[in-house]
Design a protein around this ligand. Structure first.
Ligand SMILES: [Zn+2]
Length: 303
């Protein structure tokens, strides 16, 4: 046992020695390679530095351009906001004159609920564009219809909140004040986040009377979060989507002559309302109406 032990001891020592030599040699080799590669890369360094400097300069220019463009955009936004504020200031003055009997003009706020609708909303926007009329759209939260929300906004109409879900079931939005407000906030965030548009006007699904005992506390909470609400004065009566074109025309024109300022309720899902709309518009124009989009300070907006 002892003999073999001695022999086997000398073998590992030799192996260790060889290994150590190889290691030194190997690390030398590695070091040489490193130096060579360093030399090569430092030879390319001036060229690389120049390229980097160029790139940095390009980036600086791009950044500068971006900043300038953003500033211009901000100014555009500001200008648009100012223009809008000015427009509504004039609308408010006109409302005051009409209410004080100082003007023969009548004001109509055409409003369209529950959209946007893929098949019909565009046709309503076309008619309004054709008559150069601005209106108000009370919309819900709907996916895959960004282009329609965007067109409403781009065309200059007022986009307003009609809750996210419009859920009138017993477990729905009118279950409690908190449930209702949460639904309103969800739709507000949806519109704000996707389109950068702040809604300030709300229509209760089914009208404010649907809130029953909750109406008072809801209106108070709405006021606190920057909302006013509006019901309506006249309507085509298209809520059940079952009337004829003639019924819708008469629904509005037979009573609208009695108003000075008139909020007209319609739904942009109704094909018959779409067909009736030009006749309603022209009939109201003959009655002395001009058409405006709703705005927060309008006396029609309750707070
Ligand atoms: Zn509705």
């Amino acid at each position: 046992m002892a003999k073999t032990g001695r022999k086997s001891k000398s073998v590992p020592v030799l192996i260790l020695l060889i290994a150590a030599l190889l290691l030194v040699d190997g690390s030398l080799l590695l070091t040489e390679r490193k130096i060579a590669s360093l030399q090569r890369s430092s030879a390319e360094l001036p060229q690389k530095t120049a390229a980097l400097q160029e790139k940095l300069q390009e980036d600086t220019l791009t950044l500068q351009q971006l900043q300038e463009e953003t500033e211009k955009m901000d100014h555009l936004d500001e200008a648009a906001e100012e223009k809008k504020a000015e427009f509504f200031q004039h609308a408010k003055e006109l409302e005051d004159r009409v209410r004080n009997g100082e003007s023969d003009v009548k004001i109509a706020y055409l409003t369209f609920d529950d959209g946007p609708y893929r098949d019909t909303t565009g046709t309503f926007l076309d008619i309004l564009e054709q008559y150069d009329i601005l209106a108000t759209f009370f919309y819900l939260e709907k996916d895959g219809r960004d282009d329609l929300y965007q067109r409403v906004i781009d065309n200059g109409h007022t986009l307003a909140n009609h809750t996210a879900s419009h859920d009138l079931s017993s477990g729905g939005i009118y279950r409690s004040v908190d449930t209702f407000i949460a639904d309103v906030q969800e739709n507000r965030s949806f519109i704000q986040d996707r389109f950068g548009y702040t809604t300030t006007i709300l229509r209760f699904p089914g009208g404010s009377s649907q809130a029953r005992d909750l109406k008072g506390p809801i209106v108070e909470r709405l006021r606190e979060i920057g909302y006013g609400y509006v019901d309506w004065d006249t309507t085509t009566g298209d809520g059940r989507n079952s009337g004829t074109v003639d019924e819708y025309i008469h629904g509005v024109l037979d009573v609208s002559a009695d108003y000075d300022i008139n909020v007209v309720l319609m739904h942009d899902y109704s094909v018959n309302t779409h067909i009736a709309l030009p006749t309603i518009i022209e009939g109201m124009q003959e009655q002395g109406y001009i058409f405006l989009p709703l705005f927060y300070d309008s006396y029609k907006i309750k707070k």
